[in-house]
Structures are given as C-alpha cells and as structure tokens.
Design a protein around this ligand. Structure first.
Ligand SMILES: [Cu+2]
Length: 211
C-alpha cells in the first residue's frame, strides 16, 4: 500500500473514531413520574419541569412509587401502564407517545391525584378563567328629612359587608344633606350639584363594617 494512501486511511479512521461515540448520540427522552409519599403525583422532564406537552416519540419513564396507598397509572393513545397500589419502589417504562392527550393518576384517588399532558399536535384545553365576582349592589339614600341609610340589594340595612367591589347607587332626596361615604379605600359623596353639604349635619350618619 502506498505510504500516502495508508496515511489518508489512518486520518479517516481517526476521524470516525472521534465522530461515532458520544458526539452524535440521539437525544434521550427521559421523564420521571413520582407518586407519594403524600397525596401528590407528578410527571416531570429532565429539568424537573412538570410535563404539559411533549413531542411524539419513545420515552423512558422512571416511576417512583413512594406509597403503598397510591399508584401511578398512565394512559393515552397506545399507552397503558400502571404500578400496583401496594407496590413501593422504582420501576422503568419505555413508552411511545403519539399525538393526543395522556393522563396519569392514582387509581385510589383519581379526582385528587391526577395530571395530564398533550403530545404533538394535541393541546390541553386552556384553563378555565376564574369568573370575576359580580359587583354587588348597594343603595344609599339621604332624605327626605333626617334620614340616611345604606341598604343591600335585599333592602336590609347594611351593617356588615364582605370586602369586595360594590356598585353604590345613591338617591339624594335632600336639599340640605348629602350622602358621603368614607372609609378605607372609599371616599365618595354626592356633590354640591345635588344638594349642598350634608357635613353640616354630622349627626345624620350610618356606619358599615367591612370584613
Ligand atoms: Cu392515591
């Protein structure tokens, strides 16, 4: 063999030796499922983040079942794996996820201990937005004569209210008094345009406790 050729082969062989191991290793998909010892269940990725979406593919799942009253049950398209409730220990599953929604839960506490994630084109439904509490209604009135009142929607005099947002409708039926509501976070009054100053009659008052 000519010396130049053998040298070239040696270089190629050396390059292959460096290129093959380690360098081009395919990314390993590893996940960790944990259940117990308390009433908790989770599936996390290598960074420890809760799994919510994955690419389709084959995954190795290390399942740490840390209680004999719980189990880890994983189901979804093409996958059905579970530990036994009595089982305590670590087990490893190799599963292949396809487009779709996957659910994991404890079969003994399925409503309390559960989670799910989407794979590929599937997406988890957006969490329901918490409904904003509707503003409660209050009615303030002053006059005619020496009367002032703050009433709830039912017509009862407001004495204790829950903290929150209220819509206050004021009926000012007095030319000599106004309705002035003051307190933590609130300081509203009917103005001169309505009736003038009621603070001239400070005895005309009511109070409401907010907790
Ligand atoms: Cu359980």
């Amino acid at each position: 063999m000519p010396r130049r050729l053998s040298l070239a082969l040696l270089v190629v062989a050396a390059a292959l030796l460096f290129a093959l191991p380690g360098g081009a290793r395919p990314a390993q998909n590893t996940l960790t499922g944990t259940v117990g010892p308390g009433f908790s269940i989770a599936l996390v990725d290598e960074s420890g983040n809760l799994v919510t979406h994955l690419d389709p593919g084959t995954y190795t799942i290390t399942v740490k079942d840390q209680a004999d009253i719980h189990n880890f049950d994983l189901t979804g398209p093409g996958v059905s794996q579970h530990t036994e409730i009595e089982f305590v220990g670590t087990t490893t599953w190799t599963v292949t996820f396809a487009d779709g929604i996957y659910t994991y839960l404890c079969d003994a506490h399925p409503t309390q201990m559960k989670g799910r994630f989407a794979v590929g084109t599937a997406t988890l439904p957006a969490p329901k937005p918490k409904p904003k509490p509707a503003a409660k209604k209050l009615a303030g009135s002053v006059g005619p004569g020496s009367q002032i009142a703050l009433r709830t929607a039912s017509g009862a005099r407001a004495s204790t209210l829950k903290a929150g947002v209220y819509v206050l409708t004021v009926r000012d039926r007095s030319k000599t008094d106004n309705f002035h509501l003051r307190g933590k976070g609130a300081n509203v009054a009917t103005g001169v345009a309505f009736t003038g100053f009621s603070d001239a009659h400070p005895a005309l008052k009511g109070s409401v406790k907010v907790r």
